[in-house]
Design a protein around this ligand. Sequence first.
Ligand code: NAD
Length: 515
Amino acid sequence: MKHPRPFLAFSIRRYSKDVSEKTLSKSHQVTSPLNFLLGRRTEAKGPSSFHLIAPATGTKLRDVVNSNEQDVNEAILAARNSYRSWSKWTGFERGKVLKTAADIIRSKVDDLAYTEVLDTGKPIWEARYDILGCADTIEFYGGVAGRIKGDFMQLSGGSFAYTIREPLGVVGGIGAWNFPFQMAAWKSAPALACGNTMVFKPSQVTPLTAVMLGEIYQQAGLPGGCYNVVQGEGETGQILCSHPDIDKVTFTGSVPTGSRIMAACAKDIKHVTLELGGKSPLVIFSDADLDNAVKGAILANFSNQGQVCSNGTRVFVEESVAGEFLAKLIDRVEKMKIGDPYQEDTLIGATISPQQAAIVEDYIGIAKKEGATVVYGGERVTLSDSNCAGGIYLRPCILVNCTDNMRVVKEEIFGPVLSLLTFKSEDEVIARANDSQFGLAGGVFTRDLQRAHRFVAAMEVGSIYVNNYNVYPVGVPFGGYKKSGIGRENGEDSLDYYSQIKSVYFEGGNVDCPY
Ligand code: NAD
């Protein structure tokens, strides 16, 4: 079966390897220490710990020790010491390490993808796609590293000025659980390309693959201490971003946590990048190709079990085609196989945790109380495969009779819940689409070129998709307007957020002084 990923630069491969969760959970990826310090795995000192659960089966894989202040201090010290030499490497030399790491990732895609599924419960083909996309991202920054440069300005009288783009120092990275390997890669690759070093804390829910990335960097020739991993819950993250020897924090997660992190960074005036939540609009005009619009709406709502920050969960459809659109949408969603994420034809895997499933189900309940109607899905599915009995599998939910002031339409759910709204005019829908505290992404389906441009200009969002949704080609910046965040990841623009400019003035004549 063909998976809907237009920017795949390679065909999706199939693996006949019989890797069950049982064999994986005994693999060294799970049983080995999960912190990464000075180029090798180490165990955190604790004393507290938390359970690591495989979402696909609900089984406990192991306990993970929370990194304490001493663990974080050691990781930051390692990164600081390594920074002194790494920041002196030329960009070209740093780029070679990144390009080698990208090749190693491709050669280990099976191992990485299977481990990512163990952590997240997402379908295997999706995990493989994510991992290979990360290889591309790291290779991209490998190419960019050698071209990082300043500027030159000719001044009068033989004077001139130039700028030097310098790294910031030690970067603290904190990730969310929906794309664990991607978080580590998207943050570390531009940071390392610019000459920074990093201490990364993955989400406590998905700790496994960030450490694997450390081993890959090590194998690629990154000096020990340049990329370190500390595992832990929010408290470990707080210790990391409050540490005085961290120069910048790059965070992906929810708005409330982002706000706390920004406050912690304010004390030392640290640089901060925040990639936060969203409640993005997807607008479908009556002149759109409806089959493509339906595909866009599915990409905008139901990939990764709906757990995607940029999802276009407010689907505005022009009134005259709303019935036809809904019928086509349900017809397509009905055919999406919900199942064991390790099976290649599964399109919807497990929800990350019982807590997240409860949030999704609560929102569906609230929507019904507020007057919305569930026309499709929303319930738990019991899989015939008994291995998956402990996992939570939610059928994608489509809500109609929604209004803009319903909580389900205003608040981020982070699950597979699509709210269908109708509209009559372009001005009306632009105003309604922008009426949000978030501004991460948005989409429009129309064949009218001028309307598409008007729409792009009017939308208050960081990314806008015209006649597609949720595609992330390498090299295109990503980030939010409004409460969806500060800064950009991906693309050359992200270099601005991992470096600082030193301006140098050279006098070519005598000092002109009025005193
Ligand atoms: P979260 O905010 O609960 O946690 C994110 C990370 O922050 C975790 O590693 C957690 O341990 C850590 N953390 C928690 N409290 C902390 C504190 N006080 N100080 C420092 N670190 C702390 O988010 P989540 O549930 O893991 O992820 C879901 C959210 O992430 C959603 O809102 C989603 O939209 C957002 N997200 C955004 C993007 C983006 O690029 N904009 C991408 C993916 C996810």
